[in-house]
Design a protein around this ligand. Structure first.
Ligand SMILES: [Zn+2]
Length: 481
């Protein structure tokens, strides 16, 4: 269905190129007509509910593969256009066994997400606790202003250009520093599709396509019944709209802890020359060698990466971070690699992910140029194919694939044999102290134990890239040993 829509629009575009594309002299007139048809200016707030299917963006099992398929049994958005605020609640369930994301493994439960944005702040609600989500800010601003009514409002204030093409009005504009958008508007004034580009910490300028179809009147407001969105080339949503409410009373203030948020790195010395960097949702580990440093994981986005690299410089000012090890290609774990590369560090990545990383790091981040873009550097990638040892006599770090995991291909862990420290991401995240072990055991935990045992390692402690440092016996307990 999505493909057919793509083809027909491409055909229309081709027709346009062939002879009937014309620049429209009065863009505001086109926008006013669309505004009138959709009632955009009259719409101050909106709530809609939907359900359908989707994909877990940035969490492919294989780099470059489609996002893992999910079912979305419930989905709702509350939008306050005047205050640039949006809340999106969804329930997400895996529809295929492999790939990453914070969803429970297939057949073991659902994930509930409550994602918020207002102005320049993005956060998630975990129950009643707000958690800052700065990495999500660009995406949420983009999602708010590429809604059918939002894109018309945004076009009207962003100096849009309009051309006529194959019977459609094609409206293009840029929200400086945030996103670019092109909306395709039918003769009836309704938005049929938005093609947009949003900055991403891993993939740079990233294409998004959103198709709105089955428009109808929902008690005074026009809204589509079907929304299909792809991001980075693969589906993220195919939703059937079930409820639309125009101008509900909404109050979505930024919670006080979010207003005060700043990235912080809590460095904890594990043994001399090895530090565990906590203080956020994703950890890093700093390892000191004789004349350089290795950083294990540069996650999330440039803001986190800069804080982590600054802490490394503060702790060991006379040694450069020469290597940055990436546990796996999932966007949350790879989001600070571009920043690390901008400082001249060599990125240590799995061989299955290397070609894909080369491709995405060559993509510019032009909408809001990041440190890599500004540095003009090309990242240096050092591949790991199965295993690789880093040693200089004073320190040894063994990097090894976690074989047979459903989480990611080219999934890597690190082992410091002398200190008996295991560093891993996503294969085991310690629960809160004194929580009972999962029953049945988590397949990723079991797989990690099998890999450690096969290699004959005997860890003292685990330095997980989510959660806190724990004795290795916590993992053994978690798998029922
Ligand atoms: Zn992952």
């Amino acid at each position: 269905m999505q493909r057919r829509a793509l083809v027909s629009l491409a055909a229309l575009a081709a027709l346009g190129v062939a002879g009937c594309a014309t620049t429209v002299a009065d863009p505001q007139a086109v926008l006013r007509q669309s505004d009138l048809a959709m009632g955009a200016s009259q719409l101050k707030t909106l709530r809609y509910a939907a359900n359908g299917t989707g994909g877990t963006y940035g969490q492919a099992f294989l780099p470059g593969q489609a996002w893992p398929r999910i079912n979305v049994p419930t989905f709702a958005r509350w939008i306050d256009y005047d205050n640039a605020a949006m809340r999106e609640d969804s329930v997400r369930v895996r529809a295929e066994p492999t790939g990453g994301g914070a969803l429970p493994l297939m057949g073991t439960g659902e994930q509930r997400v409550s994602a918020w944005v207002r102005g320049e702040q993005a956060w998630n609600m975990a129950g009643t606790t707000p958690q800052a989500a700065p990495v999500a800010l660009d995406g949420r601003i983009h999602d708010l202003w590429t809604t059918p009514h939002g894109v018309i409002k945004a076009a009207m204030r962003n100096n849009a250009t309009v051309r006529s093409e194959g019977g459609l009005s094609v409206v293009s504009f840029t929200q400086p520093g945030r996103y670019r958008a092109t909306a395709y508007i039918g003769a009836d004034g309704l938005v049929q599709r938005v093609d947009s580009v949003v900055p991403n910490p891993v993939t740079g300028d990233t294409p998004v396509s959103t198709v709105y179809s089955g428009w109808r009147d929902w008690g005074g407001v026009k809204f589509p019944t079907r929304i299909q969105q792809s991001q980075g080339g693969f589906p993220v949503y195919d939703l059937t709209v079930t409820e639309v409410q125009a101008n509900p009373a909404l109050d979505m203030p930024v919670p006080a802890p979010i207003t005060a948020f700043a990235e912080k790195v809590d460095a904890q010395q594990v043994v001399p020359g090895v530090w565990f960097f906590g203080g956020g949702s994703h950890n890093s580990v700093l390892v000191e060698f004789a004349d350089h440093l290795m950083l294990i994981e540069s996650p999330l986005y440039d803001g986190r990466a800069q804080a982590v690299l600054a802490e490394a410089r503060r702790l060991v000012p006379n040694k450069p971070v020469r290597y940055v090890l990436n546990s796996h290609h999932h966007f949350d774990h790879a989001g600070g690699l571009r920043t690390a590369a901008a400082t001249g560090a060599t990125l240590v990545v799995s061989e299955p992910a290397r070609p894909w990383f080369e491709q995405v790091f060559a993509t510019p981040n032009s909408i809001r140029p990041d440190m890599l873009q500004q540095s003009g550097r090309r990242p240096t990638l050092m591949p790991v194919n199965g295993s690789r040892t880093f040693t200089d006599g004073t320190r040894t770090v063994d990097v090894h694939f976690i074989e047979g995991s459903v989480h990611a291909q080219g999934f890597m862990m690190a082992w410091l044999p002398r200190e008996r420290l295991l560093v891993e991401a996503d294969a085991f995240t310690p629960g809160a102290p004194n929580t009972p072990p999962p029953s049945p055991p988590n397949a990723n935990n079991v797989n990690l134990v099998q890999n450690v045992e096969k290699l004959g390692w005997n860890p003292d402690r685990i330095l997980p890239l989510h959660g806190r440092v724990v004795p290795y016996s916590d993992l053994r307990v978690a798998v029922g040993r």
